[in-house]
Design a binder for this molecule. Structure first.
Ligand SMILES: Nc1ncnc2c1ncn2[C@@H]1O[C@H](COP(=O)(O)OP(=O)(O)OP(=O)(O)O)[C@@H](O)[C@H]1O
Ligand SMILES: [Mg+2]
Length: 333
């Protein structure tokens, strides 16, 4: 069910134009079988467009792609049989109950009525929706609805899952619940491509992260690799006594070999270092010798928020700003 290279998804040079607007400018993407890749980007970055091409819902204007080893342009039927899609807009029917929705999908997949009902029961149980099985989907909370969407993609046990912003609009608790559900899927070795505007979510769920902005891949790697791109580790201290900050800064400067950034208000000094633990140990000893107490001393990695800011030079945003643009901007701030 995969290409010879063991990649469940392979895309090369995907281009998509809408009139004179180019939504994708040649996107490359690889998802290894059994891994989770997050496509991370702000509103309008091209996430949904990429997902729609890979799931055969829209043709590309350039480039090529395979899913489960099948070509999305010439083997669309095989591609569709290999994937489950939870689209950005809920796909379940609000006027059917949770159980009816899943049973209907099972029947569409030729499971037969009895088997379709059994599969629906099983999925409702797995997604903690058994109590809500006989309620109309439109009466579900946002989090329940997303879980039902996810269950719907799994009815036919497809090897490759596409989840377009699975947690956007959910409150923190519902998001955490959905993350747990996704952990369960990944533990079973599902191949997942998910899109998200949340740096934290990409970091939490994905083996690999592809950052896209205005239809271009601007970075990729695991979260550690992405973080390394913005200058490696930082040595940071917080002094207990503000009067000792200048002495501590001098010690930090000697230990790391470059000038620290100082935040007097926060009693904090931070300096990039390549010598990691050795520098940390040297600074720790020198501080003790000088009788300087610290509230905190340690190595910190840049956050993914800082990575995005460094890569794009600005908080991510689309040209045509909409209300939900806030999500990433808030995350980046
Ligand atoms: N059917 C369409 N017709 C015209 N322009 C489109 C169409 N679909 C998408 N676009 C444009 O292509 C760009 C990429 O849109 P896309 O929906 O892929 O972004 P996205 O990353 O999914 O954003 P969001 O986070 O808001 O869902 C945007 O500028 C969008 O306005
Ligand atoms: Mg989208």
């Amino acid at each position: 069910m995969t290409s010879p290279a063991g990649n469940a998804i392979e895309a090369t040079g995907l281009v998509k134009r809408f009139g004179d607007k180019t939504a994708l400018h040649g996107v490359d993407l690889t998802v290894k079988t059994g891994t989770v890749t997050a496509v991370l980007g702000p509103n309008g970055a091209g996430k949904t467009t990429a997902v729609r091409i890979l799931t055969t819902l829209t043709p590309a204007d350039g480039g090529s792609a395979t899913v489960a080893g099948f070509d999305v342009a010439t083997q669309a039927d095989q591609v569709r049989r290999s994937l489950g899609l939870a689209a950005q807009d809920a796909t379940v029917d609000g006027l059917l109950t949770g159980h009816e929705n899943l049973t209907m999908i099972g029947e569409l997949h030729h499971l037969g009525r009895k088997a379709a009902k059994a599969r629906a029961d099983q999925l409702l149980e797995e997604f903690s929706l058994t109590d809500a099985a006989d309620r109309l989907a439109k009466q579900y909370s946002g989090g329940m609805r997303r879980r039902l969407d996810l269950a719907a993609t799994l009815v036919a046990r497809p090897p490759v899952l596409f989840l377009d912003e699975p947690t956007t609009g959910l409150d923190p608790r519902a998001r955490a619940e959905l993350w747990d559900v996704l952990d369960g899927l990944t533990a079973r070795g599902s191949t997942i491509l998910l899109t998200t505007q949340y740096l934290e979510e990409a970091e939490r769920l994905a083996d690999d992260i592809v950052v896209i902005d205005h239809g271009r891949v601007i970075a990729q790697g695991d979260s550690r690799e992405l973080k390394r791109k913005v200058g490696g580790d930082q040595l940071q201290l917080i002094v207990s006594d503000p009067a000792k900050l200048d002495t501590a800064v001098a010690i930090l400067q000697r230990g790391a070999g470059s000038d620290p950034v100082v935040d007097r208000q926060a009693r904090t000094a931070t300096v990039p270092t390549n010598s990691g633990v050795a520098a940390l140990a040297a600074v720790s000893v020198a501080l003790a010798d000088a009788g300087i107490e610290v509230d905190d001393l340690g190595m910190r990695q840049p956050t993914l928020d800082e990575v995005f800011l460094t890569l794009t030079g600005k908080p991510a945003t689309d040209d045509d700003t909409s209300a939900t643009d806030q999500t990433l901007q808030e995350a980046v701030r």
